[in-house]
Design a protein around this ligand. Structure first.
Ligand code: MF3
Ligand code: CO
Ligand code: CO
Length: 242
């Protein structure tokens, strides 16, 4: 899991240098695909996963998640999520980050920063002996305070030799199963925050989830390992200090 997590984080570090106005999401997908397959000798887990046609997800502006890379070129002012999942030696690492393209409006930047803070607070709540519910409660409390909404139709997930497995990691206050966290558990936290309503709808391609009111959406994701204290963030990037 540590190896797979590190590889996934390195894909995001690599692709950051290519994110700029004019490049298409399809070109970003091809660069990540080649890097994962050739350099990392690993497998991009999204490709052909339940029929998903590409190797990464690229979600621009009002796209909440699972955007399919294609001809869409990035423009000045866009916010973009790139979600990478690498399968290496039978284990998965899953992580995503937001990129600001050129000069981005303050409101969009605030949304992106709030979504990151939600991820940090969710990770901080993921301690042994705590209920998994503490994660969603921490995320929702910060999103509420910032007047952003939390997407409810997608969640984090257990991860390991399966891309997605139990438990579901809800990013909002909930009365789901009261799972007590224990050292050794691995799961993702991947909050999606919307500038408007939490409601999403699925486009006709069967994958692309967008905000129903076309407001902006932002998401960050890490894969983490529960330890005896603060979790080990398996997909931490060098730019991150925790
Ligand atoms: N990486 C996404 C997640 O965080 C899942 C993508 S599924 C795909 O769980 F098929 F769209 F790739
Ligand atoms: Co995930
Ligand atoms: Co992901």
């Amino acid at each position: 899991m540590r190896v797979a997590g590190r590889l996934a984080s390195e894909v995001l570090e690599m692709i950051g240098g290519h994110v700029r106005p004019g490049i298409s999401t399809g070109e970003l997908d091809r660069l990540c695909h080649e890097y994962i397959v050739r350099k990392q000798q690993a497998i991009p887990a999204p490709l052909n996963y339940k029929g998903f046609p590409k190797s990464i997800c690229t979600s621009v502006n009002h796209v909440v998640c699972h955007g399919i890379p294609g001809d869409r070129r990035l423009r000045d002012g866009d916010i973009l999520n790139i979600d990478v999942t690498v399968l290496k030696d039978r284990y998965h690492g899953d992580t995503s980050k937001m990129f600001l393209v050129g000069k981005v409006l303050r409101r969009a930047r605030r949304l992106v920063e709030a979504a990151y803070e939600c991820l940090l607070r969710g990770m901080d709540a993921a301690r042994p002996g705590h209920s998994l519910r503490a994660v969603g409660a921490a995320i929702q409390a910060y999103a509420d305070a910032q007047r952003f909404s939390v997407v409810r139709d997608f969640c984090g997930h257990g991860i390991g030799s399966n891309f997605h497995e139990a438990p579901s990691v809800l990013h909002y206050r909930n009365r789901g199963p009261d799972l007590i966290l224990e050292p050794g558990m691995t799961f993702t936290i991947e909050p999606m925050l919307n500038a408007g309503s939490h409601e999403v709808k699925l486009l006709a391609d069967g994958w692309t989830a967008v905000t129903r009111d076309r407001s902006l959406s932002a998401q960050w994701e890490h894969t983490l390992l529960i330890t005896t204290d603060y979790p080990e963030i398996l997909t931490r990037r060098t730019e991150e200090r925790f």
